[in-house]
Design a protein around this ligand. Structure first.
Ligand code: ADP
Ligand code: ASP
Ligand code: MG
Length: 419
C-alpha cells in the first residue's frame, strides 16, 4: 500500500542543467512540500555531465577500469543534489542531500550497469520525519562489496522508482524535458501525440526498443513493486503520462508508438562450425560478460552441413566488452571472421492491439519499402515489430511509420489521467 502523503520527484539532466534550472527545480520541490507532501527528490547529473565524465575517462585510458569509472560517474549527480539542497535552504526549507550509498541503495557488483538488490531507506525516513526535504543522487548505489556502483545510462529513473517503492510513495514523478511519453520521439516527429496513459506492457517494449524517456529497469521495477509513475514536463505544470497496469488503461489503440534506437551495433561471426553447442558457446561468453544481446539471426542451423553465419545486435555500450568476450570463442570454435557494423539503426512499432490484428507486419514492411528503406533484420514479440535498417534512414522510417499508422495529434481522442 502506498502512503498518500509522500512523493518522489525525479529531475533529469536537462531539468537541472544550469543555476536557473536548479533554482526552478528547487521551487517546484518546495511547492510540493508546501502543499503538505513529504518530498524525496532524485536528481540526475547536470546537462551533459555524464557524457563529459565518460570522455574524460577515455582521454586517460582506452578501456577505463569499471570500478573507477563508477567512482567518476557518480560525482555528476552528487553535484546536482548538493547545489539543489543549497537552493532549497535559501527558500527557507530544510534540505539534506545524500549519495546513493547514504540513501541505502544496495546493488550487485556489476560496475557501470549494477542492479538494485535492496533499499535500506531508514536514513531517508529519518530525514522526512525531521521535516527535511531529502535529495538523493540518482544513478548510483553501493555494492555488496561496498564499492560505489552506477545503474546504467538513464539510471536515475530507476533510483527514483526504487525509492518510491521503499518508502511507499503515492507517486513517482519523473520530470523531464518533454511533456510525457509520446507516440514517437517528439524530437523526430513534431506532431507526435502525448499519451495520457500507457500500460506497463507497452512501456516495457517501448523502453526496450529505444524510448529513452524512461529507463527500462525503472519500468520493470515499477511493475514488480506496484509503483505509480507519472512522467511529466519540468517546464510546465500540465499532466504528463501515467504508466498503469493493463487493467487500468482505458485506451486500447492498435498501435501505440513508434520507437527507434541508434545505439546498437551488429556483430557477425562468419564461418561458425555447424555443430551442437557452437551457438551456446558464443552466447554464454556474451552472457558471462554481462552483455545484453538483442536480435539474433543465424543463416543455417548449427547442426550438419556447411558453416553458419551468426549475426546479432548489441548496445554500443556493450560493444567493447562483447568483442573482448568473443575473441577466445573465435579461436576455440575456429570462426573465420568477426565483423562489426556500427551504422545500423532500429525502428519498432509497439501496440497491445496488434496481438489480435493480422496485417500489421505487412503494413510496416510495405511502408518501409515505399520509402526505399531496406530491412536487414526483423524481430517480433506479440506486441512489437522491430526492423534493423541503416542508421541514416532512422528518422525517415520513424516519420513514415508514424504517419502510416496515423499516430499523430488527432489520430486518437485523448483522455485524462488515470482513473
Ligand atoms: P532526462 O534527462 O530527463 O532523463 P532523457 O533524455 O533521458 O531525459 O529522456 C527524455 C528524452 O527522451 C526526450 O527529450 C526525447 O527526445 C526522448 N524520447 C525518445 N522517445 C520518446 C518518446 N516516445 N516519448 C517522449 N520522449 C522520448
Ligand atoms: N546521468 C546519468 C546518465 O546520463 C543517469 C541519468 O541521467 O539518469 O545516463
Ligand atoms: Mg533519462
Amino acid at each position: 500500500m502506498s502512503t498518500p502523503d509522500t512523493v518522489v520527484m525525479k529531475f533529469g539532466g536537462t531539468s537541472v542543467a544550469d543555476a536557473e534550472r536548479i533554482k526552478r527545480a528547487a521551487k517546484r520541490i518546495v511547492a510540493q512540500r508546501e502543499s503538505g507532501k513529504r518530498v524525496v527528490a532524485v536528481l540526475s547529473a547536470r546537462g551533459k555531465t555524464t557524457d563529459e565524465l565518460i570522455a574524460m575517462a577515455e582521454e586517460v585510458s582506452p578501456d577505463p577500469d569499471r570500478r573507477e569509472m563508477d567512482m567518476l560517474l557518480s560525482t555528476g549527480e552528487r553535484i546536482s543534489c548538493a547545489l539543489c539542497a543549497m537552493a532549497i535552504n535559501d527558500l527557507g526549507h530544510r534540505a539534506i542531500s545524500l549519495t546513493g550509498s547514504q540513501a541505502g541503495i544496495v546493488t550487485d557488483t556489476s560496475h557501470t550497469k549494477a542492479r538494485i538488490l535492496d533499499v535500506r531507506a531508514d536514513r531517508i525516513t529519518q530525514g522526512l520525519d525531521a521535516d527535511q526535504i531529502v535529495l538523493v543522487a540518482g544513478f548510483q548505489g553501493i555494492s555488496t562489496s561496498r564499492d560505489v556502483t552506477t545503474l546504467g545510462r538513464g539510471g536515475s529513473d530507476t533510483t527514483a522508482v526504487a525509492l518510491a517503492a521503499a518508502i511507499k510513495a503515492e507517486v513517482c514523478e519523473i520530470y523531464t524535458d518533454v511533456a510525457g511519453v509520446f507516440s514517437a520521439d517528439p524530437r523526430i516527429v513534431p506532431d507526435a501525440r502525448k499519451l495520457p496513459q500507457v500500460s506497463f506492457e507497452e512501456m516495457l517494449e517501448m523502453a526496450a526498443s529505444g524510448a529513452g524517456v524512461l529507463q527500462l529497469r525503472s519500468v520493470e521495477y515499477a511493475r514488480t513493486h506496484g509503483v505509480q509513475i507519472h512522467c511529466r514536463s519540468s517546464f510546465d505544470s500540465g499532466p504528463g503520462t501515467f504508466v498503469l497496469g493493463e487493467d487500468q488503461t482505458m485506451e486500447h489503440p492498435l498501435i501505440t508508438a513508434v520507437t527507434h534506437s541508434r545505439d546498437e551495433a551488429r556483430i557477425t561471426l562468419v564461418g561458425v562450425p555447424n555443430r551442437p553447442g557452437a551457438a551456446a558457446s558464443i552466447f554464454m561468453a556474451l552472457a558471462d560478460a554481462n552483455c545484453n544481446v538483442d536480435t539474433i539471426i543465424q543463416n543455417e542451423p548449427l547442426t550438419g552441413g556447411r558453416d553458419a553465419e551468426v549475426s546479432f545486435t548489441i548496445g554500443t555500450d556493450d560493444l567493447r566488452a562483447a568483442e573482448a568476450a568473443l575473441a577466445p570463442v573465435q579461436t576455440e570454435l575456429g570462426v573465420s571472421r568477426v565483423d562489426t557494423d556500427r551504422e545500423i539503426g532500429k525502428v519498432s512499432i509497439v501496440g497491445a492491439g496488434m496481438r489480435s490484428h493480422p496485417g500489421v507486419a505487412a503494413k510496416v514492411f510495405q511502408t518501409l519499402a515505399t520509402e526505399g528503406i531496406n530491412i536487414e533484420m526483423i524481430s517480433t514479440s506479440p506486441i512489437k515489430i522491430s526492423c534493423i535498417i541503416r542508421a541514416v534512414s532512422v528518422p525517415q522510417a520513424v516519420r513514415a511509420l508514424h504517419s502510416a499508422f496515423e499516430l499523430g495529434e488527432g489520430g486518437i481522442e485523448p483522455d485524462q489521467g488515470p482513473r
